[in-house]
Design a protein around this ligand. Structure first.
Ligand code: SF4
Ligand code: SF4
Ligand code: SF4
Length: 259
């Protein structure tokens, strides 16, 4: 069975990843039961775009249950039992398990580019354009996804002290944060789409009131704005049609045990 390459950072567009990570209507109970055993850091070390895509691949039998370092050996054994396959050693190609780490930004170097915010799947980084950014340590899953995009290399992963493993309580919280982020992105996208439609409609109204343009030029400009308006409306309809389903997977029991 060939191992998928780790998802390259440049292909992890926030919107595409968010869609991949949220439950979809076609996800059946088996996928949800597998996903409930996964740590929900969305780190991608398994080679998939997040925990749910890995769960889907496991349900299809197209990958092995030993590819999740954050879940560790306990996670691999739980997956193997659920899938009724023999347990295997963790695949070293996916990385080694480690105790919980959280990101810290060297604020003296941060240029406020916001790239780390866009990469963080659980909204654990706060900041604004050209302003210093900070990690909310209590929300950070230690996924490392904010490291590659940072142009200043000013983010470090530090072990949490005293050392502790990632737990199913942490996983449940991360799942909620992922869902909340998806809702925030959807709200922002809807606002942007509405703004673009308003702007195009306003431009059409202004064009219709112009009496200083030759008929041909007026028609040319109107056609351009009408095309822009049609595109904006189409984008809005497409997004509405694929609005994410609720992200809470049944069976995600909140136990204070290693995930
Ligand atoms: S936590 Fe495990 S299953 Fe989830 S993305 Fe990371 S490696 Fe894959
Ligand atoms: S801040 Fe934490 S949770 Fe967010 S991307 Fe960085 S390591 Fe992952
Ligand atoms: S990616 Fe790096 S430089 Fe950019 S805002 Fe985040 S910490 Fe600052």
């Amino acid at each position: 069975m060939s191992a998928p390459a780790r998802i390259p950072a440049e292909s992890r567009t926030p919107a595409a990843l968010q869609r991949a990570r949220l439950p979809q209507p076609q996800d059946n109970a088996r996928v949800q039961a597998i996903d409930a055993l996964l740590p929900q850091t969305q780190c991608g070390q398994c080679g998939y775009a997040g925990c749910l895509p890995y769960a889907r691949a496991l349900a299809q039998g197209s990958t092995l249950p030993n590819r999740c370092p954050p879940g560790g050996t306990a996670g691999m054994e739980a997956l193997s039992a659920l899938l009724q396959v023999p347990p295997l050693p963790l695949d070293p190609a996916c990385g080694a398990p480690r105790p919980l780490h959280v990101a810290r930004i060297d604020e003296s170097l941060c240029i406020g580019c916001t790239l780390c915010i866009q990469a963080c799947p659980v909204d654990a980084i706060v900041g604004a354009v050209k302003r210093m950014h900070t990690v909310l340590a209590g929300r950070c899953t230690g996924c490392d996804l904010c490291l590659p995009p940072c142009p200043m290399d000013c983010i470090q992963m530090l072990p949490v002290l005293p050392a502790r493993p990632w737990t199913t309580l942490d996983a449940g919280r991360a799942r909620e944060q992922l869902r909340a982020r998806a809702e925030r992105l959807a709200r922002e996208q809807a606002r942007n789409e509405a703004r673009l439609v308003d702007q195009a409609q306003h431009a059409l109204t202004e064009l219709a009131a112009r009496d200083d343009l030759a008929q041909e030029e007026l028609a040319r400009r109107t056609a351009i704005v009408e095309r822009a308006l049609a595109r904006a409306r189409e984008r809005r309809a497409t997004r509405a049609a694929r609005a994410p389903a609720p992200a809470t997977a049944p069976g995600a029991a909140a136990r204070e045990t290693p995930a």
